[in-house]
Write a new protein. Structure first.
Length: 166
């Protein structure tokens, strides 16, 4: 139920932006901007530009167009899935709130680093786009979410408390 409600709320948020006019949502814009700054932190020049023909941002590394940052890159759907799972395995209210917020922040930070490293890798190894974008980098973000779930269920959820007394 939580997943459905959060997804509907997110879809409502996205509906405020006109795809026909190539409008990007604010969170995707923040992700693109923070990714650009991270690439610069890693020692490369970078810039972002709104895409002319679709709702996305063009991401440049060392003046080379290497990637598009689209709404699906902002990891909000991953955060929704993470939060829904945590709520499905209840814990104490304050612990749940802290874990959800900390987890979402960690997912966001790792996502920015992931996109930055992916973009730099695509600058040097464009021929490996499929494996980089389709396998290695999704494995990182989903792997971390899976580990967070394991930590939650085994350390903080009500389920962890009932199984530890056996």
């Amino acid at each position: 139920m939580t997943y459905a409600v959060l997804t509907l709320l997110y879809q409502y948020y996205l509906s405020q932006y006109d795809v026909a006019k190539n409008e990007n949502d604010r969170f995707t814009e923040v992700v693109a901007s923070q990714t650009q700054k991270t690439i610069i932190f890693f020692g490369h020049s970078s810039e972002i530009q709104p895409h002319e023909s679709e709702p996305s941002y063009k991401l440049f590394v060392n003046q080379k167009y290497v990637a598009r940052v689209v709404e699906g890159c902002n990891a909000v759907s991953v955060m929704i899935l993470f939060v829904a799972f945590v709520l499905a395995f209840k814990g104490k209210l304050i612990t749940t709130m802290i874990f959800k917020l900390s987890g979402c922040l960690l997912i966001h930070l790792l996502n920015i680093i992931r996109i930055a490293l992916l973009s730099i890798a695509l600058f040097y190894y464009p021929q490996h786009e499929h494996i980089l974008h389709g396998v290695i980098f999704p494995l990182v973000i989903y792997g971390v979410v899976f580990l967070l779930w394991i930590i939650w269920v085994n350390k903080f959820s009500v389920y962890a408390k009932t199984t530890s007394t056996r």
